[in-house]
Design a binder for this molecule. Sequence first.
Ligand code: 13P
Ligand code: SF4
Length: 316
Amino acid sequence: MSKRVVTLAHYYTAPEIQQMADKVGDSLELSLYARDANADVIVFAGVRFMAETAKILNPQAEVILPDAGSTCSLVTQTDVKRLKAWRDKHADHVHVSYINSSAEHKALSDWIVTSRNVDDIIAHLYAQGQKVIFSPDRNMGAYLNYQYGYDMPLWSAVCEVHDKFNETALNEGMAAVAGPRYLIAHPESPLPVLKRADYVGSTSGMLNWVKQFDREPDATLFVATEDGILYNMGLARPDLKIVQAPIYAGCQCNQCPYMKLNNVERVQRAQAGEGTRIDYLSHEQMDAARLPIERMLAFSEAQMRQAKPAPEVMPA
Ligand code: 13P
Ligand code: SF4
């Protein structure tokens, strides 16, 4: 009997990879798809921490990463031994970790969050009177501390793609365009960029913001994130002028080198059963990492159930 193969792709993969996928989404959506997939094999066209999360949530399935090199700078910049010492130093704090982390890192966490639910989960913890430490993304943590007046001690790793956005290049690039201008940004970007953004959110959040854009039809929308999602934005709103936010003079290639290791040939090979199997995590490691992930999924699914559909006609 042939195996049931499900292919998942993140928004940052190239359009031709997204077209090969059964589902495309942000980190939260892809985690839910992976958990619920009725599949023998999950091909994860994303990066390793996403494939590991899929395996942890659906251990019966074989999970294949098309290219072994698809890591993430937030993972490689985090030494887990040092992280453990840092967490132990803050033993009276709740340790909230971004999903862009290794399985070992997740196992040292109380909660996992994605860029989609991080605001709500941390607000929930503060409302309970908890003290919180946040790892590994320093930019995201700095934004949360600034935006909500928190005092979370932060781990110091960055996304090497988003960390390249800077205020000067942005000011110059936006000033060079006539007419109304808007900036939307992923929270992995540096704080000065986020402070001037009209919207800050996850890849899906930014995509929805663009879908619902109903202001000046001649506006230019600057997007501070990896360029893969511009494909989805262009498909959703071909009528709008959507451009990458500038980084600095010179190379404007704000592409994630790890996401872009997913090419057609490698994904096809993974669908045929070749590639990097996520089969190296012990049951103990997976059990320990699953707890904080499931805590997050339960929180977000409860929120999704409560979400009321938008009224068709806005009240006067
Ligand atoms: P999202 O969860 O917003 O899709 O982000 C994933 C990611 O790696 C951003 O760099
Ligand atoms: Fe990691 Fe940045 Fe690539 Fe996202 S864009 S996978 S955070 S390196």
